[in-house]
Design a protein around this ligand. Structure first.
Ligand code: ADP
Length: 464
């Protein structure tokens, strides 16, 4: 059966408190009762010894007994539940409780039996007598018989003590049950309040309200983690939604220019305003190529940005990767008459995704070559530090204006739109580059001055 957290916590608190109180009272009762029984038996034995000792002092030479004192000892013993009779050597009665007050003796035994039956339902007790010698000068001068209800008995005071103890256990049990109930309700309130808020917010988020956040704080670590996970989830969904909206806007914006050009060119040809010359057809073809490139770029972007970037990690030498890439660009920099300088520390091993890191190097090197004028210079270096590698790609090309610098890693951002439309870039190369570097827990920085050149620095941890 489903129960609310509040009810379940409260009930479990009460259950634990009741079980603890019961266990404590049972265990304490068993041990205490055993100890108390031994104590009662010891007290009775000590009293018997005292009685024998006291009576032996009531004898003086020549068979003389202090009858008055013997009687007072006997009455005192009777009050304590002990029935005594004293005889001299000849069997003559010195004092006998039954003779003194037979009714009281019977009452005492009956009362003790009643006490014990009240305490133990299956009690089997009986009247027991022990006989002791009375000596004077190491000679036997008489005997005392001490009778009691055995094997042991509780007098009224003992019963009061045991009953009070049980009452205390009962009160402690009830008080702890109430405290557990209150504590359970408080605890459950403290736990269920933020959880209810989490549920409410999650429901709102699932209904598309991604700007919902939970501001509650809890002193329970797990609940705090749950809150921050839900908040992060909402943040991610909000970012994702914004990204999707931006992507749609960006794509339509990027497509509009080439499509409008194509449309107007083709309409003019169809309307007979323009002749379908080779030059015009070539211009239309270029626009189609641009659209094609854009679609390819979008495909790449969806791989790197949308999906959770999975890295196929392996150990590889980044200096080797750079050298190979530079070889592939050889014809390009030779054609542009660009001086290519490479300075790579040997054996720079890195544990990461080789293909994706290669993509980073390709993007940065191709940009450097693309934005450097004929006769310029590109310098590439790889420096190995203790736990990271610094990769630098520096050119003395056109540079980036100060106001454009903060945006160059954004999707579809191009520092100079008209010029870049000619160079063919859609403005996503650096977005992909940054995504890959960050997936490797690395950092990328840019330093540039318009008209002087640009330097990209990538810091990659050797082990991620
Ligand atoms: P694109 O495909 O347009 O090159 P990127 O994302 O690679 O897109 O670069 C974004 C913009 O940053 C470029 O359009 C360009 O304006 C600027 N940029 C990137 N690298 C350089 C560089 N080495 N020198 C000058 N400008 C650069």
């Amino acid at each position: 059966m489903e129960k609310s957290l509040r009810r379940k916590l409260t009930l479990s608190h009460v259950f634990v408190a009741v079980v603890c109180a019961l266990l404590i009272s049972i265990v304490a009762n068993i041990f205490l009762e055993k100890q108390f029984k031994n104590y009662v038996i010891n007290v009775r034995e000590r009293k018997s010894e005292d009685i024998v000792y006291s009576i032996s002092h009531q004898y003086s030479m020549d068979d003389k007994w202090n009858y008055y004192r013997v009687e007072s000892i006997g009455i005192d013993a009777l009050e304590n539940g002990l029935i005594i009779n004293v005889h001299d050597m000849n069997g003559k009665v010195i004092w006998d409780a039954n003779i003194y007050n037979n009714g009281k003796c019977e009452d005492i035994i009956a009362h003790m039996s009643q006490n014990m039956m009240k305490r133990y339902s299956d009690w089997k007790g009986k009247y027991i007598e022990n006989k002791y010698d009375i000596e004077y000068d190491s000679k036997k001068v008489g005997s005392v018989t001490i009778g009691y209800y055995g094997p042991f008995y509780y007098n009224d005071n003992d019963m009061i003590f045991l009953n009070t103890l049980n009452k205390i256990f009962g009160i402690v049990g009830i008080v702890s049950m109430f405290m557990a109930l209150i504590l359970g309700i408080l605890m459950a309130g403290r736990m269920s309040k933020p959880i209810s808020r989490v549920i409410e917010t999650s429901e709102n988020i699932s209904n598309g309200n991604y700007n919902e956040r939970i501001s509650e704080k809890s002193d329970i670590i797990e609940i705090n983690r749950l809150i921050s996970t839900i908040n992060n989830l909402a943040q991610r969904l909000q970012e994702h939604e914004a990204m999707q909206k931006r992507l749609t806007a960006d794509v339509s914006h990027e497509l509009r220019t080439p499509l409008t050009t194509l449309q107007s060119h083709i309409e003019a040809i169809l309307d007979g305003i323009w002749e379908p010359t080779q030059e015009r057809m070539k211009s239309c073809h270029e626009e189609i190529l641009r659209i094609n490139r854009l679609v390819k770029d979008l495909e790449k972007l969806s791989i790197y940005e949308n999906e959770n970037l999975t890295l196929n990690k392996s150990n590889f030498d980044i200096s080797d990767v750079i050298k190979n890439i530079v070889l592939n660009f050889e014809s390009e920099y030779i054609n542009k008459n660009i001086i290519m300088k490479i300075e790579c520390d040997e054996n720079q091993m890195i544990f990461g995704d080789k293909d994706k890191i290669s993509q980073v190097c390709v993007n940065l090197i191709s940009n450097a070559l693309k934005y450097t004028v004929t006769g310029g210079k590109v310098e590439i270096s790889v420096k190995g530090e203790l736990d990271y590698i610094e990769l630098s790609i520096k050119d003395n090309g056109i540079g980036i204006a100060k106001e454009d610098l903060p945006y160059i890693f954004e999707r579809f951002y191009r520092a100079d739109k008209s010029r870049n439309r000619l160079t063919g870039g859609a403005g996503i190369g650096l977005t992909i580059t940054k995504t890959i570097v960050e997936a490797h827990k690395g950092k990328i920085f840019v330093n540039s001055k318009l008209g002087e050149g640009t330097q990209f620095s990538v810091f990659l941890p050797k082990n991620i």
